[in-house]
Design a protein around this ligand. Structure first.
Ligand code: NAP
Length: 483
């Protein structure tokens, strides 16, 4: 089929699951912010699609309420909100039935970019993909956006990939990992590959180890039953943490384009070594006064699912051989933070008498709540009294460094605009996702085979004691979990 020439300025975006939590909390408020910054061209339309019995007016009211609640629309923006809302439409569509598909075919325009966001349970992806084709709603230029979780193991991820591949080419499929849409994650690539300073040091000659932490203060709360089938390894490590690991560890792509970047990320995943079980610590948060334990939240008194995980892994290639990567993530921890820390080696010889402290340069990259970077350097403590050395951060918190115009654009809106632009760089390719599962599956199977029981940890702590020991026995320590 000959490719249509697409005027990229204008689009029809269909959100299946347009009435759902994700659409109301993230997707629509994000699109409104893009509208406010003039990036949603006149004539573009957003079409919510779900089974709920409402009409377009009802949907507009639903989204108006959602934006007021989650999108932070200022009073002064009420007029603009009305203009945005006018671009919304709603269709009753059943992913598993016939309802709504003919109407969708009539509504959709083929002269503009069209994209279909599958913001529904993954079990519906196949039904949606099939009907988009049967009813001739999507063509070779359409894009589909799929949400996480992308499978729960290698086999289910392959099945999902195969289902999508029956109807869409890989170049049309956008697998979202919203971590990749964060400003700092892209800045990580700019820092690594746009500066001469860091890249010569970015290897096993100079780096002692790397830490990646994604800590949450919330528990599994209302989604305990769902989470209990997943756990921290599947819910966080297999996708978000591994994506961050890839960006930190990958070789420079020959150019900043989707396949060049994703080829390099894939090589990192494939070079990950199997993990020794002693290098993994799993945890579950304990009861804390009136605050329920993980098992109570999960409504499963015998649950062996982890709400916390810390692990040490290695990448077997020339650049990283011998450098440990420590990953940890958990719920009900001390603070909400996501941070990558590149910890450089000690200096080979100190010329300063009496200075026995271990001074280390650390490049710390914060993803949330405050996006920014700090480079810890050692300097002389100012003032008289001899050569006393102290470690100070060279701070670049984006909000401070860039002033009021700092980009606080939420990851979702950036990624959705990339879909419209046809840029897949920040989306996971099918083979990447499968490689990540191929690495995680044996680890999870090992726990099952050994009946591995997660260690209890205190709510508001940094995780189980054993997670500290994982570092201490190698004479290293985790960075403090703090906002
Ligand atoms: P949700 O609140 O349960 O919403 C599901 C949506 O699917 C609703 O709009 C529902 O509308 C629609 N739906 C269900 N069955 C349908 C059918 N047969 N035909 C058409 N529409 C149907 O779920 P969610 O939290 O928004 O999550 C959506 C997806 O995003 C899931 O894959 C989830 O894993 C993923 N995700 C969500 C979040 C989040 O923060 N919520 C974060 C990351 C990933 P009707 O009932 O009206 O049909």
């Amino acid at each position: 089929m000959v490719s249509r020439v697409i005027p990229v300025e204008e689009f029809d975006l269909v959100i299946f699951g347009g009435t759902g939590d994700l659409a109301r909390r993230k997707i629509l408020p994000g699109l409104f912010r893009r509208f406010l910054s003039g990036q949603m061209p006149a004539g573009s339309r957003i079409i919510g699609a779900a089974r709920s019995d409402i009409d377009s007016d009802g949907y507009r009211q639903m989204i108006r309420d959602a934006i007021s609640e989650f999108g932070g629309a200022e009073k002064s923006e009420t007029g603009r909100l009305n203009d945005f809302i006018a671009q919304l439409h709603y269709l009753r569509v059943d992913a598993k039935g016939e309802a709504g598909w003919k109407e969708l075919h009539e509504l959709i325009r083929f002269k503009v970019v069209n994209a279909f966001y599958f913001s529904v349970a993954p079990s519906l992806f196949g039904d949606l993909a099939e009907r988009l084709h049967t009813f001739k709603i999507a063509d070779n230029d359409s894009r589909v956006v799929v949400e996480k979780p992308f499978g729960r193991d290698l086999v289910s991820a392959q099945e999902l990939n195969d289902t999508l591949a029956e109807h869409f080419d890989e170049t049309q499929i956008y697998r979202i990992d919203h971590y990749l849409g964060k400003e700092t994650v892209q800045n990580l690539m700019a820092v690594r590959f746009g500066n001469m300073l860091f890249e010569p040091l970015w290897n096993n000659h100079y780096v002692d180890h790397i830490q990646i932490t994604v800590a949450e203060t919330v528990g599994v709360g209302g989604r305990g039953a769902y989470y209990d089938k997943s756990g921290a390894m599947r819910d966080m490590v297999q996708n978000h943490l591994m994506q961050l690991l890839c960006l930190i560890a990958m070789e420079a792509p020959s150019q900043f384009d989707a396949d060049a970047v994703r080829d390099e990320k894939l090589k990192v995943i494939r070079a990950l070594q199997p993990i020794d079980p002693h290098h993994i610590v799993r945890g579950q948060y304990d009861v804390n006064g009136d605050e329920p334990s993980y098992r109570e939240d999960a409504e499963n008194p015998k649950s062996f699912t982890e709400s916390f995980i810390a692990l040490r892994c290695e990448i077997a290639n020339w650049r990283w051989a011998g450098v440990p990567f420590y990953l940890r993530t958990g719920k009900k921890l001390k603070a909400r933070t996501s941070e990558i820390a590149v910890v450089f080696k000690d200096i080979g010889h100190s010329i300063f008498p009496g200075d026995e402290k271990r001074h280390r340069n650390i490049l710390a990259i914060q993803l949330q709540p405050n996006e920014g970077m700090q480079l810890q350097v050692t300097i002389k403590e100012p003032g008289p009294g001899g050569m006393r050395l102290i470690d100070v951060p060279l701070d670049m918190t984006f909000a401070e460094a860039l002033g009021p115009d700092a980009d606080d654009t939420d990851a979702y809106e950036r990624l959705i605009m990339d879909v419209i632009r046809g840029n897949q760089t920040l989306f996971m390719r099918g083979d990447e996702v499968e490689a990540a599962w191929a690495w995680t599956d044996p680890i999870i199977e090992g726990w099952k085979a050994r009946n591995d029981v997660p260690k209890l940890y205190d709510q508001g702590s940094g995780g189980p004691e054993d997670a500290m020991a994982l570092m201490h026995r190698e004479e290293r320590r985790w960075r403090e979990i703090k906002e």
